[in-house]
Design a protein around this ligand. Structure first.
Ligand code: 13P
Length: 253
């Protein structure tokens, strides 16, 4: 049976009161797959989110972390700080961080290692720009990211990483990759992982699609064999939409 993870990336949205309202609303939905759902919130919301979701089975986490455990890094948040909040997940290498905040494969790799050491599940984002896709280099580009991001990570740890394929041209644009485009790249990523490690590691890895996923297109994307869920931006901000996507996954599992 295919495993799923439905993850909401709130990006820089919601204050604390909105967080609690969302969590209460989501719990009230009584999701049939609550254990395979998580919400990635701004740092300032995580404590309240965790409290509000307590006992629901719904996971929660952060959108970024620094790779050093402490020190003179003004404005940064460390793994021990996230552990203290009880997070289960942390996004790493989102294209918005790569594009606007100088995230590189090297820093992504360091962040993956410290998160794995702490037992926090990293959600590693990879994906190409429109320019790269139009030039036909999307597989080479994404393979390069995957190889660099997993460098030096042993197979037993790699299996705990969730990979999210997020084509930059589909993020926040309303332009979703077609189910076939998304499947093709997710299957390709699985093959790259199998190549670095072995087939069982590739087969077991959760590979998500992200980019304008919404209730109207989720079922078709999630039905594809190599798509194990979604990393959802805009549609994760509304309880009804996010819950509908989670239920679409539940119906397929
Ligand atoms: P949208 O769902 O808003 O396109 O965002 C996708 C995304 O970047 C999730 O990390």
């Amino acid at each position: 049976m295919k495993k799923f993870l439905i993850a909401g990336n709130w990006k820089m949205n919601k204050i604390s009161s909105e967080t609690v309202e969302f969590a209460e609303g989501l719990k009230a939905k009584g999701l049939s797959n609550a254990g395979d759902v998580c919400v990635l919130a701004p740092f300032t919301d995580i404590r309240d989110l965790g409290k509000a979701l307590e006992g629901s089975g719904i996971g929660f986490g952060a959108q970024n972390v620094h790779f050093e455990p402490s020190g003179a890094y003004t404005g940064e948040i460390s793994v021990p700080m996230l552990e203290d909040l009880g997070v289960g997940y942390c996004i790493v290498g989102h294209s918005e961080r790569r594009e606007y905040f100088a995230e590189t494969d090297e820093t992504v790799n360091k962040k993956l290692k410290v998160l794995l050491a702490a037992g926090i599940t990293p959600i590693l984002c990879v994906g190409e720009s429109l320019e790269v896709r139009e030039g036909g280099g999307e597989q080479t580009f994404v393979a390069g990211q995957v190889v660099a991001d997993f460098a030096g990570i042993p197979a037993e740890d790699a299996a705990r990483v969730v990979v999210a394929y997020e084509p930059i041209w589909a993020i926040g644009t309303g332009k979703t990759a077609t189910p076939d485009q998304a499947e093709e790249m997710c299957a390709f990523i699985r093959g790259v992982i199998s190549g670095i490690y072995d087939n069982p590691t590739g087969d077991a890895m959760l590979i998500l699609y992200g980019g304008s996923m919404k209730p109207s297109n989720a079922a078709e994307l999630l039905a594809k064999p190599d798509i194990n869920g979604g990393l959802i931006g805009g549609a994760s901000l509304k309880v009804d939409d996010f819950a509908a996507i989670a239920e679409a996954a539940a119906a397929l599992s």
